[in-house]
Design a protein around this ligand. Structure first.
Ligand SMILES: C[S@@+](CC[C@H](N)C(=O)[O-])C[C@H]1O[C@@H](n2cnc3c(N)ncnc32)[C@H](O)[C@@H]1O
Length: 253
């Protein structure tokens, strides 16, 4: 856990989704699906809220939002935002695998958008069990993960200088830092194991290696057309298979 805290203590998580067009794809795609899938005035638990970008946006849309994160610095940033704009119902530091702040079946929607970047299979089961405990029948669970295959290719050095490490990461699913990667089929097997229905399995940002040079310097109107394309293909299995940040919307029975 300490290495997760160290990582986010020096990372600009607050600006991550807005840095440039390439990063904005994830934000715009996720919000598009939220707008279409989350029922009005839902009770939402954002259990890996980071600095609250999604939590505050959802609260502005009249949902009742509770936000927590395992990294105290991220929670401090949310508390600062809350001072200026007090719209979240509750904010606290917590591990989504052990959240016991709320009763069973309390929330209509649970967001687990970050923990799976760092958890091994056993801990992912703990996280999912906790999320399901908090979620109402027919409620929606949202999980994000980083796709192993794309992470491998993004990290290959010129002339295959680090191919041994790449192979090792393929086998261990990690480069030995705080990140752990997954394959799309692993999340689908998990949904089957917990008997939860997959509503949508999408890549929220696609594969950065497939984007053209100077993508981020595109004209606004051209980027808008690109987003139209992205939203049309983000559930395509081939595209999903090479996406970097992937997102699954699940419904419990
Ligand atoms: C890349 S950020 C994503 C933030 C936001 N959910 C988003 O999608 O933009 C991942 C977040 O997950 C948090 N996190 C990681 N493991 C966690 C855990 N076990 N419980 C709660 N939060 C966790 C991190 O501290 C970090 O803020």
């Amino acid at each position: 856990m300490n290495n997760i805290i160290d990582y986010y203590n020096t990372y600009d998580e607050d600006g991550r989704l807005f840095r440039n067009y390439s990063h904005q794809i994830e934000w715009l795609t996720t919000m598009y699906y939220f707008d279409n899938l989350i029922p009005a005035r839902s009770k939402i638990f954002d259990g890996c809220a980071g600095t609250g970008n999604y939590a505050f946006k959802l609260a502005e849309q009249d949902h009742s939002v509770v936000a927590s994160d395992i990294v105290p610095r991220n929670v401090d940033i949310m508390l600062e935002k809350q001072k200026k704009n007090p719209i979240l119902k509750d904010i606290f530091v917590g591990d989504i695998c052990e959240c016991n702040h709320y009763d069973n079946y309390y929330f209509d929607v649970v967001l687990c958008m970050g923990a799976f970047y760092h958890l091994n299979e056993n801990m992912r089961c703990k996280a999912i069990e906790q999320c399901l405990r908090l979620l109402k029948v027919n409620g929606i669970l949202v999980i994000t993960y980083i796709n192993l295959i794309t992470a491998l290719h993004l990290n290959i050095e010129p002339k295959l200088g680090n191919i041994s490490e790449i192979l090792e990461c393929y086998n261990t699913k990690s480069f030995g830092d705080s990140f752990i990667y997954m394959m799309p089929e692993e999340i689908e097997k998990m949904a089957e194991k917990y008997n939860i229905k997959i509503l949508h399995h999408i890549t929220s940002d696609g594969n950065p290696l497939l984007r053209c040079e100077n993508f981020c310097e595109a004209r606004k109107e051209d980027f808008e057309k690109y987003m139209e394309l992205h939203l049309s293909i983000c559930e395509n299995k081939n595209f999903l298979g090479c996406g970097l940040h992937n997102l699954v919307f699940l419904q419990r029975f």
